[in-house]
Design a protein around this ligand. Sequence first.
Ligand code: SF4
Ligand code: SF4
Length: 518
Amino acid sequence: MPTIIRDTRFTKLKKHPVQQVGLVLLLLGFAVLIGMLSLGNYKLTPSIVEQSVADSAHQAVLKSYLEPLYDKPIDSDWALSGVLDEAFENANEQLGDKPIDDYWGRTYKTYLIKYSTVGLPAERPLLLFWLSIGLGILGGLLYIFPKLQLLPGIKNNHIFHSATTNRGWVGWLLGSFLILFYILLYFFPYYITTWMLICDPLAYWLKGSGATEWFFYGLLYTLAILVMGVRMMIKYRHSKYHKLRTGSVMFFQLAFAFLIPEFLVALNKPYYDLKNIWPLNYDLFFEYKIEEFLSSGTLGMFMLIWGIALVVLGVPLMTYFYGKRWYCSWVCGCGGLAETLGDPYRQLSDKSLKAWKVERWMVHSVLVLAVVMTAAVLITFFTGKSSLLGISSYDLRYWYGFGIGSIFAGVVGTGFYPLMGNRVWCRYGCPLAAYIGIVQRFKSRFRITTNGGQCISCGNCSTYCEMGIDVRFYAQRGQNVVRASCVGCGVCASVCPRGVLKLEDRGDGKARFGEVKF
Ligand code: SF4
Ligand code: SF4
C-alpha cells in the first residue's frame, strides 16, 4: 500500500505576525458583537409604549394589556417578545377591523424591546460599538495591510486549498452565519435591538433620530465595502482599472447609499438612494413613495423625475457606451459588496451550460415579475382598482418584497457567497441586471475582444469569472465575448497570463483602458 504524503506547503498558509494579531482582533470583535445580544435586561414603562406604538388606537388598547408589566424586570428579549405577542393577540380581539398586522407587530415589538433595554447596551453604547465593530475594522485592516509587502500582481495562492474559499468548513460556517443574520434582519429584527442601540450615537449625530435595523445594516454594509475595498486596492494595486472601479463603488456606497439618504431624513425629506434604479429599487412607484415625493416640493419632484429618467434614458445610454459595467461594477451597492466582500469567492461560480440556462430563465422571470408587480401597483394608484387580472396588487407587492426583496436579494444573494460565488443575486435574481443585460447583449459597443492565437488554454479567465462565463471557450476561438451577464469587472483580463483579453468600449480594437495593464 503506497504511503500518501501530505504536502503541507499547499494546505497551510503562513500568516504574518501582524495578520495574526488582526485575526485575533477581528474574531474578538465578532465575539463581542454576538455576545452583546444576551447582555440586556428589559423594563417597560408607559412612556416607552407611547414612544414605540405609533397608532393611537393600537396604543390605547395595548396599554391596558401591558400595564401589569410596567417597571417589572424582564431578563431576556425572548421573554419580552413572548409577552408582547400575547398582548398583541389580546389587543387584536378588541381592535376588530384595524388589527395590529404582521408589519406593525414587528415594528412595535422592535421599538418596545429596544427602548425598554436597561444595562450596559443602553448605558455604554459607544463602548460596545468600539469593542465590536471598531475592533472588527481594526482587525480587518491589520489582516489586510501586510499584503503590501508582497510584490504587486494578483495572488490567488492556495485558494482551492483553503477551508474559507473552497467550500470548506469555514465557508459553510460563514454562509450559515450570513443566512441566519439575514433571517434575523428581515423577519425577527426585535432580537437584534442591541445592535441598533450601539449605533444610536452615530444615528443621532447623522440624522437626529435613533438607529433602526436598516441603519445598522446600512452601516455594516458600508463598512464591509470600505474595509474589503482596501483589500481590493492592495490586491489589484498594479491595475489602474481595478483601483478606479473599487474607489468608485466605495464612494457610491458611502456617499449615495449611506450618507445622503440619512441627511435627507434629517432634513425631513424622503429617504432616497439616488443611484438605486428601478426595478432593483422596486418600491420606487409604490403609492406611499409617490405621495412622499409629491408632498416634498421641488426636491421630491426632482427625485421622481430622476428615478424615471434613469430607467428610460440613463440605463440605455450609459449601457450603449460602456456596457453593463458602468453600473454593475462601478456604481451598484449589490455589485459593490460582491466585488469587495465577495472577491475571495468569485471562483465558486458555476460555469456549466446548465447553470447558464437556469440563470437566463430565472433572471428574466424576475424582470417580468417586477414589471407586472409595478404595473399592478400603478394601475391601483391611478384608477383605484385594487387588482390586475384578478390578482390583488397589494398581494403582488407583498409577495414580491418577501420573495425577491428579502429572501432572494438578502438571504440567498449574500448568504450564499461562500458556497455559490459572489454574484448569486446579480446573476440569477437582479431584475435590473436582466434589463441592462438585454441592452448590453443587443445594443452596446462594449465587448471583450480576444486574441485567440495567444491563448494557452490555461482557463484562468473562466475560473475567476464571477458571472460563470466560460471565457476560455471564446478566447480559444478568437471570438469576442458579448454576453448579457458580463459585468465588465475585468478580472478575466487581469488573470490572463498572455494578455489575450481586452475590455473595449468602442469595438474598434482600441480599448478605453487599452494602455492600462490589467
Ligand atoms: S467575462 Fe470577464 S469581465 Fe465579464 S464578468 Fe466575467 S470576469 Fe468579469
Ligand atoms: S486566461 Fe488567457 S491564456 Fe488562459 S485560457 Fe483564458 S484567455 Fe487563454
